[in-house]
Design a binder for this molecule. Structure first.
Ligand SMILES: [Zn+2]
Length: 259
């Protein structure tokens, strides 16, 4: 190696961000195009910064959120969710495009099947989505998405659910960690310092121009994350109910087997 190249590489190494989670996969599941960036954009960007490969599953077609026709809203929100995801470092967006606020013709089992397929394909270590146990959530898409994800988290690991996926080459997959956000009261046991990613979070939320039409929302969202940070002695924060199986090299994950 030439002395010149060494001199160039040394400063790069000195400032390179550590990637403690390299090799892990994060899957965010959002009912609507803007939920994931509003509730968890800072945490998603931070996990990607720390090495995760991020994916986003968007459940509905968002046809009713916007001032255009249903079809035009759906197209615009579908474009903008990809823009927002890119800002947060997410690699790919999968849109299931179920009808906004009218998921019902599709059963929970059907939605869960789609999630199981994607979980077996993407192999998430961590998922992040709505808390299925949060209080006073009245939005039907939020409720149904949360419940289907909760069920898919364990059924994806059981070989008797959708064996046709296994015959196609996929394997059962158990994920390890769940981050749940909520807009109503829920049990918070994890606060994430998002001071390094708050600007990207706000930029991602702003990218949903068809859904976030009032710029004051961005101001209020930044302030809400700041106030939450102050309560926890950090500049900006997001909060979650976190469920983890613990150390991946520990007893549970090494020894747990489906019946
Ligand atoms: Zn929503």
């Amino acid at each position: 190696m030439s002395r010149f190249l060494l001199l160039f590489l040394l400063p790069c190494a000195a400032f390179a961000q550590p990637k403690p989670y390299a090799g892990r996969v994060l899957v965010a599941i959002t009912a609507h195009a803007d939920d994931f960036s509003i509730f968890a954009g800072g945490t998603i960007a931070k996990l990607v910064d720390e090495g995760y490969t991020g994916y986003l599953i968007r459940v509905t077609d968002d046809e009713k959120d916007g001032v255009l026709t249903a079809e035009e809203n759906s197209l615009r929100n579908g474009r903008e969710v990809v823009d927002a995801a890119k800002i947060l470092g997410i690699k790919e967006v999968f849109s299931l495009n179920l009808k906004n606020d009218e998921i019902d013709p599709h059963s929970e089992t059907e939605l869960r099947e789609k999630l199981i397929l994607l979980f077996r394909q993407l192999k998430p270590y961590t998922i992040i989505t709505f808390d299925p146990w949060a209080a006073y959530e009245e939005n039907p898409d939020h409720l149904k998405t949360a419940k289907a994800v909760e069920d898919a988290c364990w059924t994806a690991g059981v070989h008797l659910f959708h064996p046709e996926q296994l015959r196609a080459g996929l394997k059962p997959h158990y994920l390890v960690e769940r981050y749940y956000w909520a807009r109503g009261p829920h049990v918070v046991n994890k606060v994430v310092d998002i001071s390094t990613t708050i600007d990207r979070k706000i930029a991602a939320v702003k990218a949903h121009g068809g859904m976030i039409r009032d710029p004051q929302v961005l101001v209020e969202l930044r302030e809400a994350n700041k106030q939450l940070g102050e309560l926890n002695k950090m500049p900006y924060a997001e909060m979650f109910h976190f469920i983890g199986l613990g150390d991946p090299n520990g007893y549970v994950l090494k020894n747990a087997r489906p019946k």
